[in-house]
Design a binder for this molecule. Structure first.
Ligand code: GDP
Ligand code: IMO
Ligand code: MG
Length: 420
């Protein structure tokens, strides 16, 4: 049995925290796509941790953590992450498994990412510059290197061949770089990773399923950043939806049971691209301040706005969400009124469907207003103790989307969670 946890907005919905909260119920946590563009935060025991590539089940001793074939791995970044996690006493050698089919982010992938974004100028995506898009391009273009290649005695030759292509590309962008600044750390990290379990993860995960083990597939980014269904071209380069768990881990669709969809009680986005309910005003500033909305990976301020039900319903449809989880509810305390977008006016017509181009200029969000609440929600642990005004707001959201909200997160810590 496999359950999936994923984000329903533009990422940073609180997946790290929720996976950590759910992990005691699972034997395995497996990341299925994305790479170190992700930043998943977890808090417990007064400490905060940010994971980029390592699955968020790593702090639970019983849990097997798999980096699936759909993930792109930067050895340098992963080495740093492993070393940091090891300082907490976590047994990475025992509990971390890396798919031999996961693609490798090379130093030149990162350079090409930077060069390509610079070349796009004002049309840039606002990439995290972690080399994600160039690595997935090489995967699809059938010229990438995989983790299994690191073990090949001819790895250096294979590496040189791919890098030669990247150099041509960098020259075409007139991009200045010094590869020798990056290569020593890369080759050191490659050697470092060889001591960990590099495996055929599709056989492994399927054998675990056969044994009756419970698997939680952890998504990165969010549905509105999905390469097919997100706000293209302002998206990431992988399938962030439930379907991505099948191709990114090698599990058949019939094994998928629950799909936990996470949404923030409002919306945020990092990087460029359309955001219909964005509040570029005092309200947005207040949301950013109270929600500490600064990127876990890049530190960039996140754009903020009200909850957008049309995109949320779209995400729920695409993912087959069975259980909803609302995070950051506590951040809305102290707003006199809370707005929810329940449709768009497009060229005089009301709709709740997502148009082909979400960037079109004539989209006007239609809002419903709810009375706010002043109570601090962070200490509340039972649903019935939540303020009536909050419940009115959440009941409306639930009724509009037709899927139950089973978990309400009221703070970043593990403990700050209400199971309904
Ligand atoms: P992820 O990428 O989906 O794992 O989310 P991030 O970790 O990038 O961003 C979510 C941020 O919100 C992190 O700083 C979390 O610690 C924090 N967070 C998660 N849930 C809650 C919550 O319910 N309330 C508050 N105030 N913060 C939360
Ligand atoms: P988590 O897993 C928020 C955004 C970037 C950029 C676009 C493409 O923490 O939710 P990329 O580096 O993938 O080529 O960037 O996607 N982006 C994210 N935004 N959370 C993330 O991950 C993101 N990963 C990528 O800001 O707009
Ligand atoms: Mg994040």
């Amino acid at each position: 049995m496999v359950d999936v946890v994923l984000g329903l907005q533009w990422g940073d919905e609180g997946k790290g925290k929720i996976v950590d909260v759910l992990t005691p119920r699972y034997d395995v946590v497996a990341r299925f796509q994305g790479g170190p563009n992700a930043g998943h935060s977890l808090e417990f025991g007064g400490n905060k941790y940010v994971l980029n590539t390592i699955p968020s089940g790593i702090f639970h001793e019983h849990c097997i953590n798999i980096i699936g074939n759909g993930v792109v791995v930067d050895p340098v970044q992963l080495k740093k992450e492993i070393e940091k996690a090891m300082t907490t006493g976590v047994d990475i050698k025992k509990n971390l498994y890396i798919s031999e089919k996961a693609h490798v982010i090379l130093p030149t992938h990162r350079l090409v990412d930077a060069a390509s974004e610079a070349h796009k100028g004002e049309h840039k995506v606002g990439s995290t510059l972690r080399g994600i898009s160039p690595t997935y391009q090489d995967k699809i273009g059938r010229s990438g290197l995989r983790i299994g290649d690191l073990l090949d005695p001819n790895f250096n030759e294979k590496y040189a061949q791919v890098v030669a292509n990247h150099k041509k590309l960098l020259d075409s962008f007139n991009y200045e770089y010094n590869l020798s600044d990056h290569e020593p750390a890369f080759f050191e990290a490659v050697e470092f990773l060889k001591q960990f379990k590099i495996i055929n993860s599709e056989y492994y995960v399927n054998s675990l399923i056969k044994e009756g083990k419970k698997v939680l597939a952890e998504g990165a980014q969010g549905t509105l950043l999905d390469i097919d269904f997100g706000s293209y071209p302002f998206v990431t380069s992988s399938n962030t939806i439930t379907g991505g768990a099948c191709s990114g881990l090698g599990i058949a669709p019939q094994h998928i049971n629950k799909v936990y969809g996470i949404f923030k009680a409002y919306c945020t986005r990092v990087g460029n691209g359309p955001f219909p309910t964005e509040q570029e005003n005092e309200t947005g500033e207040k949301l950013r301040k109270l929600g500490h909305e600064f990127g876990a990976t890049t530190g960039r301020p996140r754009r903020t706005g009200w909850l957008d039900l049309p995109t949320l319903k779209y995400a729920i449809m695409l993912n087959g969400v069975t259980d909803l989880i609302c995070t950051k509810s506590d951040v809305l305390s102290g707003f006199e009124e809370v707005l929810v977008c329940d449709g768009y006016d497009m060229n005089g017509k009301t709709t709740s469907e997502i148009p082909f181009d979400l960037s079109r200029k004539d989209i006007l969000p239609l809002y419903r207003s709810f009375a706010g609440w002043t109570e601090d929600l962070t200490k509340i642990r039972n649903y019935q103790d939540l303020p009536a005004t909050f419940k009115t707001y959440m009941d409306y959201v639930e009724a509009q989307i037709g899927v139950p909200v089973n978990v309400i997160s009221v703070g970043p810590d593990r403990e700050e969670t209400i199971m309904k």
